[in-house]
Unconditional design. Structure first.
Length: 429
């Protein structure tokens, strides 16, 4: 498959021809050669989209605590989007077309958009991932009608319940938030591990995160996968329970990303650095235990998620009431924003997302994943922004190495075909 977009980057510094040439050489030879040292942002603002989810919190904090302003971007707008589809559409438009320049986004989406897999007429719109926003913090939740079955990590229990319901002539629906996105991949992995074919045995539907609980209330779906605080709210309202957290599927798994249109990053390299520094600094703030109460209060505000603080605070601080009698304190699967390299956009993680999207037909088996990652993943910009902030614990590799999942399967970034083969998939070239 051809990705259809060019790999030519605009010169990132203005000035004499020799200076431009030197900067271009630095960008090619050094991982941190993209920013004009000492220069301020070319613009004072940008339009950033978000979905009402706790993991968008670093953007809320960067705005409310003044981190965008601190780094010379006081006019940044953080704008609520109705759905991930709306986020995609507004990214395609760009701020020049009354859309947005960047977003809190499902990690696979910049790849799907860049390759034109989910855009109108399959037109590629180059995107760049600048940081991972968080790890962990999602759940697979089920309706209260399954309470007696005690559905949990082993989806074979859910498979038996599904077969029984289908035998009675009723349909079974599982909701996720965007085809090929993280929630789609988590719930598919979980179901498939227990023998449920998510393309044949059930019906998968797309529901925006803020509408999950309301749809469960009226019986639209049997289970869903979404981020917080909507799983906690489902429990608070007595409408269902959390079968598992996604951290139980894959501990410290990557989740959302902070991504920008490539046209913005290439036109405004210093503004890009300012945005990235503000987001990373906000991530550090979010992870400090002494800030978690204030963080919960910020996230719950009307302009952000608009939800009771109680629906946010517990799971944010590591207390998980699953809603089926299980209550875990100090969960090892707490949402992280910066700790344990949570913010670093590992290329190996992006490769897993692409590999799973090949597994489920969202990308062609012939996709040149290496070339696509080279265009979209800008871990080099993350490294430079982190260094400018004085961060010393910077990963030395673009790969986190082999990853092990709850069912014992292992993903080796050096051999994604072997991973798919272990899952019984042989569609990758």
């Amino acid at each position: 498959m051809t990705d259809g977009f060019r790999n030519d980057r605009r010169d990132l510094l203005k000035g004499a021809a020799a200076t431009v040439a030197l900067a271009a050489l630095a960008r090619t030879a050094l991982p941190g050669g993209a920013f004009a040292q000492g220069a301020g942002p070319e613009v004072k603002g940008a339009k950033l989209g978000f979905i009402a989810l706790t993991d968008a919190g670093p953007l809320f904090v960067a705005k409310e605590k003044g981190f965008f302003a601190k780094h010379g971007m006081p006019d940044v707008e953080v704008l609520k989007q109705a759905s991930w589809g709306t986020t995609r559409d507004n990214l395609v438009l760009g701020s020049e077309g009354n859309g947005i320049d960047g977003a809190h986004i499902l990690s696979p989406m910049p790849y799907l958009i860049s390759a034109g897999r989910v855009t109108q007429n399959n037109v590629p719109v180059p995107m760049q991932i600048l940081a991972r926003l968080n790890v962990n913090g999602q759940c697979i939740s089920v309706a209260k009608e399954y309470l007696d079955q005690k559905v949990g990590l082993d989806s074979k229990v859910f498979k038996a319940a599904v077969e029984k319901k289908k035998a009675s002539g009723k349909s079974v629906k599982a909701a996720m938030t965007f085809p090929g996105g993280t929630h789609d991949l988590w719930i598919r992995y979980w179901m498939a591990a227990g023998g449920i074919d998510p393309d044949k045995d059930i019906e998968t539907i797309v529901v925006p995160p803020p509408q999950m609980v309301a749809n469960m209330k009226v019986g639209t779906m049997d289970c869903f996968c979404v981020g917080e605080p909507w799983n906690a709210q489902l429990v608070q309202q007595g409408l269902g329970y959390s079968a598992l957290t996604t951290g139980e599927l894959w501990k410290n798994h990557p989740e959302k990303a902070f991504a920008m249109r490539a046209s913005f990053t290439e036109k405004y390299p210093n503004a890009t650095r300012a945005l990235l520094m503000a987001v990373i600094e906000a991530q550090m703030w979010c992870d400090k235990p002494e800030n978690r109460d204030e963080f919960a209060a910020i996230v719950a505000k009307r302009q952000w998620i608009n939800i009771p603080v109680a629906d946010v605070a517990g799971r944010m601080k590591g207390t998980i009431d699953y809603g089926d009698g299980r209550v875990v304190e100090n969960s090892p699967h707490i949402m992280k924003f910066f700790a344990d390299d949570a913010s670093y956009p590992y290329q190996s993680h992006d490769l897993w997302f692409l590999t799973e999207d090949i597994r489920w037909g969202k990308f062609d088996a012939q996709t040149d994943t290496k070339a696509l990652i080279a265009k979209v993943n800008r871990e080099d910009l993350w490294r430079e922004a982190a260094k400018a902030l004085g961060v010393t614990a910077i990963p030395t590799s673009t790969s986190r190495g082999k990853e092990t999942f709850f069912d014992g399967k292992v993903f080796d970034p050096a051999d994604p075909a072997a991973y798919l083969s272990s899952l019984g998939i042989k569609r990758i070239a």
